[in-house]
Write a protein that binds this ligand. Structure first.
Ligand code: HMG
Ligand code: MG
Length: 301
């Protein structure tokens, strides 16, 4: 076991989580959530998405959120951009990091961003080029790395191919998304190992949805392989509007608790994190999907 000494948590709750809420909270609530996450020690917080408001209305207020946000020094606030129009909007909002998002499944790509995989890569190339020329950091996502809601099994070679293409465009980091949370530990690790043949491991992140309750086990398997960047969402918020039945991302509270137990540093204060989760759950009117958050709340009561 070669566990990393520290792990960078990429908190995606304000984007991946809230993009899937039928009743999107007000921009001011999103701002408070993001600020509380930063206060809890989150150093990377995905703050929103400059996507078509017709496709994902929940993210239509991202510019408003960023304008109101007090950005904390040392904290990064990336946003999703699907095309040049998104990049323009992100730059106008003073963003320093953007993410393009592709997938290893043709059907998912079509449903999510209305084009083929090849067309998506053609579309991302000028986005990456322009973002890099403007001095922005670019992250790339690959969805459906362990299965697709429409096509089922996805070949790992296809995942590696898309990841390598994004890396070649200058993405500093590639996040491997188990969009529908179907992966299990050995499959997750084998997928990671295959991608690591094409993209250096220190450029890879893992992004697990917890639909089948496997996310923590999958993360541990990937940490043992040496990955040190993990995407999570406070309170286990989320899902994906183009992956029916996908539940939220693995809860940040659960991952931080596990990292603490493993002696791996994340820089995040668990109690303050859970308080941020309790805040957004109260706004959404439902309990957190995090066992750790529920346990901490029970202990406090
Ligand atoms: P399209 O309809 O093919 O695009 O959508 P278009 O270029 O023909 O534009 C149609 C309209 O959208 C036009 O407006 C454009 O101006 C507008 P109209 O002339 O009709 O009034 N438009 C935009 N508006 C604002 N910002 C933009 C933008 N682009 C076009 N950037 C498009 C193609 C990619 C735009 C659309 O499919 C889209 O926005 N998709 C986003 C879907 C999305 O956000 N999905 C969730 C994120 S991915 C995810 O959750 C997975 C992840 O978490 C990893 C994992 O779990 O696996 C990352
Ligand atoms: Mg996701």
């Amino acid at each position: 076991m070669a566990l990393p000494k520290s792990v960078e948590i990429v908190e995606v709750g304000p984007r991946d989580g809230l993009q899937n809420e039928p009743q999107s909270p007000a921009a001011a609530v999103k701002v408070t959530l993001i600020e509380r996450l930063a206060e809890a020690g989150c150093r990377v917080i995905e703050a929103g998405a400059f996507v078509s408001p017709k496709w994902v209305p929940q993210m239509a207020d991202t510019a408003e959120v960023l304008a109101a946000l007090h950005r904390k020094a040392g904290v990064r606030y990336p946003v999703l951009v699907p095309n040049l129009e998104g990049l323009e909007r992100a730059r106008a909002a003073g963003v320093e990091e953007v993410s393009v998002f592709g997938a290893a499944s043709e059907t998912f790509t079509q449903r999510n961003i209305n084009c083929s995989i090849a067309e998506s890569l053609e579309r991302f190339a000028p986005v990456c080029e322009a973002a890099l020329a403007a001095g922005l950091r670019v992250r790339g996502y690959v969805s459906c790395v362990l299965g697709c809601p429409y096509e089922g099994a996805v070949p790992v070679a296809r995942v590696a191919e898309v990841a390598a293409a994004l890396r070649a465009m200058g993405c500093a980091e590639i996040s491997l998304g188990d969009t529908i949370g179907v992966g299990t530990p050995l499959k997750a690790r084998a997928m990671l190992a295959a991608v690591a043949e094409a993209v250096p491991l220190d450029r890879l992140a893992v992004h697990f949805h917890d639909t089948y309750g496997q996310a923590l086990a999958n993360i541990l398997a990937c940490l043992e392989f040496g990955v040190a960047t993990v995407d999570t969402a406070v309170a286990g918020l989320g899902g994906c509007p183009y992956a029916k039945g996908a539940s939220g991302n693995v809860a940040t509270e659960d991952v931080v608790y596990m990292l603490n137990g493993l002696g791996i540093e994340s820089g995040i204060d668990l109690d303050r994190l859970a308080a941020a989760g309790a805040y957004i759950c109260a706004e959404l009117g439902r309990p957190p999907a995090s066992k750790v958050a529920l346990a901490l709340a029970g202990r406090a009561a």
